[in-house]
Design a protein. Structure first.
Length: 81
C-alpha cells in the first residue's frame, strides 16, 4: 500500500465537483488527491509550496557550499572589492 503524506484525501472526481470547499476544509494542510484509491497528487496551499521551494533551494546551496569547502580560496580585503 502506498503511504499518504496527508491527513485528508479526496478523489479527483470530488475535487472537480467542489474544489473551493475541499481547499477550505483542509485548513492549510495538504490534501492527497486519489485516482483509483492511489495518491496521484497533493494539493498544498501556495504559501506551503513557496516555503518548500525556498527550503529546497537552501538545501541545494548548502550542498554546493559543502562540495566546495575543500577548494582553494583567495583572501580578499573588503575594501579591495
Amino acid at each position: 500500500m502506498t503511504p499518504l503524506y496527508a491527513a485528508t484525501s479526496t478523489s479527483i472526481s470530488e475535487l472537480k465537483k467542489r474544489p473551493s470547499e475541499i481547499i477550505e476544509s483542509a485548513d492549510g494542510a495538504p490534501v492527497a488527491i486519489l485516482n483509483h484509491n492511489r495518491p496521484t497528487a497533493y494539493l498544498v496551499p501556495a504559501s506551503t509550496f513557496e516555503a518548500l521551494m525556498e527550503r529546497i533551494e537552501d538545501l541545494e546551496l548548502a550542498a554546493l557550499v559543502h562540495a566546495r569547502a575543500d577548494e582553494p580560496s583567495v583572501k580578499v580585503k573588503l575594501n579591495d572589492l
